[in-house]
Design a protein around this ligand. Sequence first.
Ligand code: NAD
Ligand code: MG
Length: 395
Amino acid sequence: MQQVMVFGATGSIGASTLDVIKRHPEQFRAHTLTANRSVDAMVQLCLEHEPEFAVMSDESAAEALRQGVDGRAPTTVLAGESAMIELAQSEAIDTVMAAIVGFAGLPATLAAAAAGKRLLLANKEALVGAGALFMRTVKESGALLLPVDSEHNAMFQCLPTDAKARPIMDRVEKILLTASGGPFRGRSRQSLQTVTPDEACAHPNWDMGRKISVDSATLVNKGLELAEACWLFDRKPEEIEVVVHPQSIVHSMIRYIDGSVLAQMGQPDMRTPIAYSLSWPNRIDAGVSPLDMVAVGRLDFEAPDLDAFPCLRLAYESIKVAGGMCVYSAANEIAVDAFLGERIRFTDIDRVIQATLESTTLLEPKDIATVIALDQSARQHAAEAVASMSSNGRT
Ligand code: NAD
Ligand code: MG
């Protein structure tokens, strides 16, 4: 029985994870669930999954959860990041699903890595912000790091995992990272000036949280995924090519030097990569309907439009500089928040990232204190950029 702790249980990945776990009660148990402040959603999850512990971000949310559960589930409710970290590192937990959104998930995710757990990584911002530190922690602790992001899970499925087959890694000619293109594929930059948060969050293929939905619309998500692939598979950015594939059926591909291209395909349903990361090297039912290729009919591929979506170009540039992606990701979080709050335009997001990259002094993010300082400094510069854009009457 795998005892699973789900960070971000009330989110989109959290819900899909709990759905897969529930299908296999003989193999997995939702031992501990965490969330920020969504008390009502967490009450329902506690009643349904009866976890041993639930952890909320602060004491007032924890108290509201205690009252909401009111003895109807055998769950002890705790509060704060230190409680999360302590539980993630406890012997009771085998597997951690890291599905908090944003850099805020770094301390807990890193703690699970340091404790040598089976770590299912959805929280890409934690890896992107602290890449070297994160990968070093995994290596030193012997944690088993399994990518949940659908593209990286696809790459993982198409790459050798057996240590004896590792030399084949040298025979990878290129990783082809697929992108749906988001809701605004084919649009000009000019026409994107007036798009609304709801339009940006209406993804054609995937149902996701609002932050990652905006990231998909700007292609920041692909920029973060580029960095994620570099860290996970020890690649340089020029060894990874972004290919727009609007149907989201091919989740990524590996091109080998002999001309073979291996692809992993499936429905755009996160339960597939989640089930694979839970069960690897086995496979389990994920509740996903079989892929009907005749119904799919055709698979299209095109190059990304870097003029309409400059955030992807910015990622290729930032990734080459130590600390660049930490700043990029932090600035993006501030910009997305401002866009969702209707304080800046959609087309200001890349301007905030660019301005922050120019104004922040980059540091090599080698330890947690430096990573947090760099993130903080980037957030401050990004907030100044947002303030200057909104006070210019641009919104
Ligand atoms: P979401 O917004 O739906 O859920 C986020 C979860 O994190 C919620 O449970 C929330 O309570 C919790 N949370 C938010 N801020 C927190 C904080 N400061 N401290 C503690 N908990 C906090 O997000 P999501 O779409 O499920 O995405 C989660 C992560 O997975 C993101 O990093 C995203 O990039 C990644 N991801 C998501 C998808 C997807 O299909 N949704 C696919 C690939 C990767
Ligand atoms: Mg993805």
